[in-house]
Design a protein around this ligand. Sequence first.
Ligand SMILES: Nc1ncnc2c1ncn2[C@@H]1O[C@H](COP(=O)(O)OP(=O)(O)OP(=O)(O)O)[C@@H](O)[C@H]1O
Ligand SMILES: CC(=O)N[C@H]1[C@@H]2OC[C@@H](O2)[C@@H](O)[C@@H]1O[C@H](C)C(=O)O
Length: 428
Amino acid sequence: MHSTEQTAVPTRVIGLISGTSVDGIDAALVEITGKDLDLKVELLAGETYPYPPNLRDKILAVCAGEAISMAELAEIDDAIAFAFAQAAQNIQIGHQSATLIGSHGQTVYHRPPVNGGLETGGTRGQGDEGERTNYQLPITNYPLPITQPKPLGYTLQIGRGALIAHLTGITTVSNFRVADIAIGGHGAPLVPRVDAYLLSHPQEARCVQNIGGIGNVAYLPPRRDDWLEKIRGWDTGPGNSLLDLAVQHLTNSAKTYDKNGQWAASGNPCHPLVEEWLTQDYFHLPPPKSTGRELFGVAYLQQCLRDAEAYQLSAADLLATLTELTAATIAESYRNFLPQLPDRILLCGGGSRNLYLKQRLQSLLPSVPVMTTDEVGLNADFKEAIAFAVLAYWRQLGIPGNLPSATGAPHEVLLGEISPAYNVSVSS
Ligand SMILES: Nc1ncnc2c1ncn2[C@@H]1O[C@H](COP(=O)(O)OP(=O)(O)OP(=O)(O)O)[C@@H](O)[C@H]1O
Ligand SMILES: CC(=O)N[C@H]1[C@@H]2OC[C@@H](O2)[C@@H](O)[C@@H]1O[C@H](C)C(=O)O
């Protein structure tokens, strides 16, 4: 592993991300020191900047698989880069300027690898082998270090870093997922390595559970011996994505989410339906695994609504049942895929504010205290933005950002492409 020698001067970094909920750009201005076990992050400012509504609608349409032209894609890419650059400018108001930006961008497509991509790699994919074309690499005169290529994953985050660097005058690291995907990994989840250094504990095993549009977990064993090798991470399945879509469906888009889970709390989960939904293949795939709105999106909710017809559920019961699905997929995946249940669960992401969801998760795992990362000093709303600031900082220091046990990649890699900012000064 890497030296724990302190970097002398704190680096001021901006982390930017819009996640799978597409609810806006999370921006975090942080000061970072250290490298691994000595890594320290101070949050100076955190803010969510909503997308202009028409841009959000376009992004959601693209995420839902709507066909668009390359010209339209270019337009959306630029609009996202502009919105991210504006967020970076706004978050610095009243503060000393940052010297680095880590921009995740906006995921518009994510396809996990089939059986781990390259032969030299090795992990399981999402089991949709039948739909993909197997292909051969072009024949060259030079031997390639690959015996039999299998389809790699593919992931696309837009809002190009070079434009953000140009607009802000700040060096920007972006496109974090592609290097891990290229060597056969899932390119996700990437936050577990940051969680490891910011949230692991000397004696406790912890699960850091993000509940965004999609849920993902980092299992952090107690920080001793070969603990880093024992870390696990994967996407647990739907977080708020189906719930948000159901609220929009039930309110004719007047509401976008169930604030604090109040509506769902007034209903009762339909347990036979949850049991039926839990038979879905994704929940039984062993990690590492990743997913997105491609699976847990509009079409999935429509199937859920059709399944629910047989039970004649009220709106509140439907939301309670979808909330139960999210809680149950998290609890079941811990029981099925972890060596032991954790001593503590630390929630983050917007779903950590859903009190009913939190309560349901607690009752499904009664022996494990469920709290938020706020309670151990790391802001639960901005943890992902903070993580991309750290990943950019690691990229600059030449420190890898992926954890092979979480992404399924065969080895560590440097994550992110660096777009330098050119401060052009005209001298006579
Ligand atoms: N007070 C609240 N009560 C209930 N749900 C909430 C609350 N605040 C936020 N949420 C939920 O959290 C979602 C946004 O979460 P978050 O910003 O963490 O997702 P994301 O980062 O876009 O997703 P991902 O982590 O999958 O990339 C909202 O769409 C909503 O469903
Ligand atoms: C492709 C993509 O954007 N994946 C996201 C998504 O949102 C949650 C979950 O699915 C997670 O694996 C990942 O994001 C976080 C930031 C990660 O990489 O750790």
